[in-house]
Design a protein around this ligand. Structure first.
Ligand SMILES: C[S@@+](CC[C@H](N)C(=O)[O-])C[C@H]1O[C@@H](n2cnc3c(N)ncnc32)[C@H](O)[C@@H]1O
Length: 461
């Protein structure tokens, strides 16, 4: 025992898994010292090799089982424990949904200190088929030992695990990997080397429309301004992928973690694909943000509509609106909606989206929500309902304070991070907004990501 740490690196122990971490990993205690065991489930008894020892916690590698959980299933993917993409494939789907709800419950009670009955936090809405749900995939292209590898980064590293079939992506992405790899090998096209900032092909991105004839876009991200043997590539893609409607060259010569560069050249077909959420039509270009699980996006947005409970005469604010998708969903049921978003290109898209759906009561503003919404309020625009859908870090406190001065009767909060959601619900509680209903929605099956939509109502109205 070193420095009172009760386990030693590289030694094996039999541990009882008594808890679950944020990423779905098992948690065991040895004399109050915490050990995280990825791929172990609560209730299991497992043999573990200690691989890392920190001052307050350590990590163990699962070696064998003494007792298995009834919630354990065989992962569908053969590279599941190498690739960093999924964390919960060894959970039954029912258990995944329970895990996500429990994360929300814990955060709301511990961080937000919200006094809400358990029934107020609903069961997670899952998918009928929780596989092949993603409409977009981005995969790094690298070379190792003279072999091209296209796949995903290993967890916490930039080593690429080769992928032949990914069960959360659309099947067309598997085909694209095959065709592009074959073309690279045939014409000796180099893969990118991050350390040297050399080599041609950095990433491939594939996007597919789920509700519009399977329209498919392939984007090749290169470290060069031109692509050799591009006609041969176009021919091969068209021959092997009949649904292809768009082949794009994206130029990114910077040595950066940002995948896409700003410049796109259409090599063949259209500059965008078109897809629908509900009855609304969206043009999706390579750089546009678009929700990656279109089936559950519709579920989420319909929940937003239900929580907003609009009667037709309301003024609505949609803060952090992206390409205006929620604004458009709400527009038909209210008098006017204002969407605010920090990225100009997203607002350009939002305006186009509104126009092509014949929506005239949605207005869009570029800027920070915490600056633009107070300005709207100062101009006398007093909202009845406010939707917020912030990034992981949650809402700016300035925005929440300014909202609370408006007398808006409802706030609909869409969140991709239970921790910051809970913090903001706590702040809103102090500002007079009561958490009424909490609904987790499974937007990312097989992963530990949790999406939640919450209805808050103004007290004493
Ligand atoms: C989770 S996305 C939501 C997008 C959209 N509501 C949707 O469903 O597609 C969060 C958005 O907030 C934007 N954003 C980040 N910080 C912002 C800020 N301070 N003010 C306004 N928008 C911001 C991001 O660019 C991103 O588009």
């Amino acid at each position: 025992m070193k420095n009172n740490i009760p386990v030693e690196k590289n030694k094996e122990y039999i541990l009882e898994i008594t808890g679950t971490g944020f990423k779905g990993e098992g948690v065991a205690k040895v004399e109050n010292y915490t050990i995280f065991v990825p791929e172990a489930l609560e209730g299991e008894k497992v043999k573990v090799r200690i691989v890392k020892v920190n001052k307050n916690f350590g990590f163990g590698k699962l070696i064998d089982f003494e007792v298995k959980s009834k919630d354990r299933v065989e992962p569908i993917c053969s590279i599941y424990n190498k690739c960093g993409g999924c964390q919960l494939q060894h959970y039954s789907y029912h258990k995944q949904l329970d895990f996500k709800r429990q994360r929300v419950v814990d955060a709301i009670k511990r961080i937000g200190k919200i006094d809400i009955k358990d029934e107020g936090i609903k069961d997670t809405i899952g998918m009928e088929d929780p596989y092949r749900y993603r409409n977009k995939v981005q995969m790094p292209v690298r070379e190792e030992g003279g072999k091209i590898k296209i796949g995903f980064y290993k967890s916490r590293s930039h080593d690429v695990v080769e992928v032949k079939e990914c069960f959360i992506q659309e099947k067309v992405a598997d085909k694209a990997i095959y065709v592009i790899k074959e073309w690279m090998e045939k014409y000796n096209i180099s893969a990118y080397n991050e350390k040297k900032n050399k080599g041609l092909l950095k990433h491939i991105m594939v996007r597919k429309a789920f509700k519009n004839n399977d329209e498919t876009m392939i984007v090749l991200v290169t470290n060069s301004k031109t692509i050799p043997y591009k006609d041969e590539l176009i021919e091969s893609i068209r021959e092997n992928i009949p649904t292809i409607t768009s082949i794009i060259h994206n130029i990114n010569t910077k040595n950066t973690n940002v995948i896409l560069g700003q410049k796109c050249v259409t090599l063949w077909g259209k500059d965008y694909i078109t897809d629908y959420i509900g009855k609304f039509k969206f043009n999706i270009s390579p750089l546009s943000f678009f929700q990656v699980n279109p089936t559950q996006t519709e579920v989420l947005y319909n929940k937003a509509l239900e929580f907003a409970d609009l009667k037709g005469n309301e003024l609505v604010f949609d803060a952090y609106c992206g390409t205006g998708t929620i604004s458009l969903f709400l527009s038909e049921n209210c008098r006017e909606v204002y969407g605010v978003e920090i990225i100009k290109e997203a607002i350009d898209n939002a305006k186009i989206n509104a126009k092509q759906n014949n929506i005239h009561n949605a207005k869009f503003i570029v800027g920070k929500s915490e600056e633009e919404i107070p300005k709207l309020i100062d101009q006398g625009k007093l909202p009845d309902v406010i939707v917020v859908d912030p990034p992981r870090k949650g809402c700016d406190e300035k925005l929440l304070k300014s909202i609370s001065k408006t007398n808006a009767s409802k706030i609909v909060y869409v969140s991709c991070d239970p921790g910051t959601l809970a913090r903001d619900l706590g702040l809103l509680d102090n500002l007079g907004y009561k958490t009424e209903k909490v609904q987790p929605v499974d937007m990312f099956p097989m992963t530990s990501h949790v999406e939640t939509i919450v209805l808050l109502t103004k007290e004493n109205q």
